[in-house]
Design a protein around this ligand. Sequence first.
Ligand code: SIN
Length: 295
Amino acid sequence: MTANLKIRRVAGALGAEISGVDLAREQDDATIAAIRKTLVEHQVVFFRDQALTPAQQVAFGARFGPLNIHPYVAGMPGQPEVMEIVKEPEDRINFGGGWHSDMSFLETPAIGSILYAVEVPQFGGDTLFASQAAAYDALSDGLKRTLEGLSAVHSASREYSAQGHSAQKRKGMQVAEADGYVGEYVHPMVLTHPETGRKALYVNPAFTLRIDGWKTSESKALLGYLFEHCRYEGFTCRFRWEKGSVAFWDNRSVWHFALNDYPGQRRHMRRVTVDPWPAMAEQAVEARLAAEPVS
Ligand code: SIN
């Protein structure tokens, strides 16, 4: 049966809450299409009062694309697509505690992530989202034109190194260090969304190392400017988690940031990460090739 979805916007730049659907059930194609349309339009969508087993979360996520198995974060035993994002009361470091776009360090980055709250702290632990489409729209025409011709190099080598935030030792999670050469991948600095045609900036402070063809020192000023610009409060929304809440964000147009403001409390989330369907992966490669200068 097609769910009777109700959609309520939560902020000016991005974000909508969807009610009227039980994500634990198998959804018909029309419901999945409606959720997908709402997601790409609002860039991040939220659901309340859900009760999902890991298998149900996998089944829901797999309707949007193949699920990613994270190269550094251990998945659940028997359910490797499900990452458990846990901060124990004695942990000081959280996971995702800096602005980023999931998996931009891969050759084919994820299109979305679905995060489900199993246990939340009494206060704190909200997640911030920032619209990179709004950040693009706010640039001058001159800078837009400059960025359209540029690509940037992304890698996990810094963030998942022994010194990086993500791979720090903690009690709640097992995160491996990126060992040796982990690869660098070039993505356009401006992505045109394959479903909406809307443009968004596609660089992030965690995984973007430099502008392609530029030295790291040369890239610093422009990337530094963009990283400041992209997190302007007017481009953001903030999600207050409750047990059973779900957030589903579009990695092609959204940054996110998990706040670490709940010392001594436990927070337990489960994430599945959606890769593009193979045809969309092909389009992404074609778009990247088209963005590369002809030698
Ligand atoms: C993440 O970066 O995927 C984690 C977000 C969160 O725990 O709020």
